[in-house]
Design a protein around this ligand. Structure first.
Ligand SMILES: Cc1ncc(COP(=O)(O)O)c(C=O)c1O
Length: 475
């Protein structure tokens, strides 16, 4: 499928010094470091405030690990968390005044870039009318209509505040609809942190090497069958040997790094679940409104029974949703008897930000996102060829895997060289490039990026790869 790639790279065009000498002291890096240092000192002197390091000391006393979500800790790349002061367009600026070109994008929502003036204005306007009513609003209806017009399989949505809640609700609706209890999920996929869906999860669980067991009742764990991604036989066996309520899939796996489905795999999942009387749930929290206007279900032409959405739907504020056909969605209270609720569900600020973001994401926006992704992927593949690495991608999503072998499932992702990834991450950060601090996360392309920012990233990557190449002679 066009725009998707997995596996070993095919051609090499970008050359860095062939003798393996480190490019860590290159002019661009030295300039960048000096500029950053000067800015940092100026910012600190001007403000006389706590530095990022001092803030971390305080944070550790009052927040477990000093953060409110594990991957931010940066432990996995041997660093302390970086405190962000502000962000604009394609850049984030830290507490100490350092600017970084941002490939994290708040882990997906910021597809328009940071502090987009139109989104900010929509939030301001909404806030001026009141920040939360706990009652129905017109904008919620408009957002639902926008989603329904985009997602092929969705006739109705129920909004929640997080993807975790939306996925949890999908499980409950699937169980109520089928009268069955077992869920099937893929190793390395992440559907939020609810009890039943955390088994062998990717994302932060995999990043920190945390066992998915502690705190989860055995009965909940036993209710989830985990199978390898892109494996047909394992799915067929799970469906044959259990009464499965639903198979949960990220249609492009993006929490083990970006691992697209093999040709025909989503079609297989559709057919196998229908045959077994199980529901197919696409978790489009990452892929939704990113890989195409109507998400992965539009890109691949495969319609799930239920769709979990998040990230972009809230435009950078907390919002997520479950979507599906009327028949399933009306099982939810008050239309039906499956209970689900939320004090801040459909919050007016989040709805304003999400609706404004979605309305900006037209065909032209997706063409540009595709073009930017292709440019980044093609440059990374050239570098990957030179360094025996692998690139996984989908429109708007990229991972550079530190492995010479194709990555087709979680085992392959776990077998990558994570120390080398960490060294590369640090070398990129020194060059002003903010990547996800984990081998298991995607780089998120945003529309605030442009050809120049991509070329800057590729130049930095060429230097960083050479500087951290384990084949390099030391001394
Ligand atoms: C595919 C997927 N599903 C669900 C979630 C959970 O969403 P949230 O963090 O909003 O609870 C995430 C979070 O990254 C995700 O990537």
């Amino acid at each position: 499928m066009a725009g998707l790639s997995r596996g070993a790279p095919d051609k090499v065009t970008i050359k860095v010094r062939g003798d393996g000498t480190p490019l860590g002291g290159s002019q661009s890096e030295v300039d960048h470091r000096e500029e950053q240092k000067a800015k940092e000192e100026a910012a600190r002197a001007a403000a006389g405030r706590a530095t990022g390091a001092e803030l971390f000391e305080r944070a550790r006393r009052v927040l477990p690990g000093g953060v409110n979500s594990p991957v931010r800790a940066m432990k996995q790349v041997g660093l302390d968390p970086i405190f962000i002061e502000s962000a604009e367009g394609a850049e984030v600026i830290d507490r100490d005044g350092r600017r970084y070109l941002d490939w994290v994008g708040s882990w997906g929502p910021m597809i328009l870039g940071h502090s987009d003036p139109e989104v900010l204005e929509a939030i301001r306007e909404a806030a001026a009318r009141g920040t939360s009513f706990g009652a129905a609003t017109e904008a919620e209806v408009e957002l639902a209509e926008e989603v329904v017009s985009r997602m092929p399989s969705v006739e109705m949505i129920r909004m929640t505040s997080s993807g975790t809640e939306a996925a949890m609700t999908a499980a409950r609706v699937a169980r109520a609809a089928t009268g069955r209890e077992i869920l099937v999920k893929f190793a390395g996929a992440y559907h939020g942190h609810s009890d039943g869906l955390l088994a062998e999860a990717g994302s932060g669980v995999a990043t920190h090497g945390i066992p998915s067991g502690p705190g989860i009742p055995e009965a909940q764990a036993a209710g989830t069958v985990v199978v390898p991604w892109n494996d047909r036989k394992a799915v067929s066996e799970a469906l044959e040997s259990h009464e499965v309520a639903a198979v949960f899939a990220e249609p492009v796996a993006a929490n083990m790094g970006v691992v697209p489905p093999e040709e025909g795999y989503l079609e297989f999942l559709r057919e196998a679940t229908s045959r077994a009387g199980s529901l197919l749930v696409f978790d489009e929290v990452i892929t939704g409104f990113r890989v195409a206007r109507g998400g992965a279900q539009e890109l691949f032409g495969v319609e799930p029974d239920l769709t979990v959405m998040g990230k972009i739907i809230g435009g950078g504020l907390p919002a997520a949703a479950l979507g599906g056909p009327r028949e399933l969605m009306e099982k939810l209270a008050p239309a039906g008897d499956v209970y689900q609720a939320g004090t801040l569900s459909g919050n007016p600020l989040a709805v304003a930000a999400g609706l404004t973001t979605l309305r900006r994401l037209d065909q032209e926006a997706y063409e540009r996102l595709g073009h930017l992704t292709d440019r980044l992927v093609s440059g990374l593949k050239d570098l990957a060829g030179e360094h025996s690495l692998t690139v996984g991608s989908a429109p708007g999503l990229v991972t550079l895997f530190f492995s010479a072998l194709p990555v087709k499932d979680f085992d392959d992702a776990v077998a990558t060289d994570r120390e080398r990834h960490a060294a590369f991450f640090r070398a990129m950060l020194e060059r002003g490039i903010w990547l996800p601090p984990s081998q298991f996360e995607a780089w998120f392309v945003s529309l605030a990026q442009d050809e120049i920012s991509i070329d800057r990233t590729l130049m930095a990557a060429a230097e960083a790869l050479a500087a951290t190449d384990p084949r390099r002679k030391i001394g």
